[in-house]
Design a protein around this ligand. Structure first.
Ligand code: 4NP
Length: 146
């Protein structure tokens, strides 16, 4: 299984989602490959926001070596699942889908809820971590035994 985690900047939420999902999948020996990308290009080449790195570190997840990149159409071919954090990302990624097969790979990480953008509020990083962790655990439960 290859999963791409997607948010706007690829420095706060999707790096956490990549790190948490890879950590959980590795712990279960699933052999999954997880990556992340942003729909925007402002932070390309940068490492994750230090607030995300710090909260991940508290839970034993190292995201410090990730490098920000922008989502591209080629990702539809590369990945089995494209998990977006909010409806804005959902709209942007859907708009780049070439066909129904591409569309079918896209879904909100939390199904009917959004992972809020924590960029402007330091206190949001902890709850955002927990939300993402819950979503990742659900995905593991859904796909690990297929
Ligand atoms: P992210 O958060 O989408 O979770 O990485 C953001 C990071 C940066 C910006 C917006 C959201 N920005 O506008 O620079």
């Amino acid at each position: 299984m290859k999963i791409l985690m997607i948010c706007l900047g690829n420095i706060c939420r999707s790096p956490l989602a990549e790190g948490i999902m890879q950590h959980l999948a590795d712990k279960q020996g699933l052999g999954w490959t997880i990556d992340s990308a942003g729909t925007g290009n402002w932070h390309v080449g940068q490492c994750p926001d230090h607030r995300s790195t710090r909260v991940a570190q508290r839970y034993g997840v190292d995201i410090s070596k990730q490098v920000c990149r922008q989502f591209s159409v080629a990702d539809f071919d590369e990945f089995d699942l494209l998990m977006v954090m909010d409806r804005n990302n959902l709209r942007n990624v859907l708009a780049m889908a070439r066909n129904s097969a591409d569309q079918a790979k896209i879904r909100l990480l939390l199904n009917d809820r959004e992972v809020p953008d924590p960029y402007y509020d330091d206190n949001q990083f902890e709850p955002v971590y927990k939300l993402i962790e819950d979503g990742c655990k659900r995905i593991i439960n859904e796909f690990a035994h297929q």
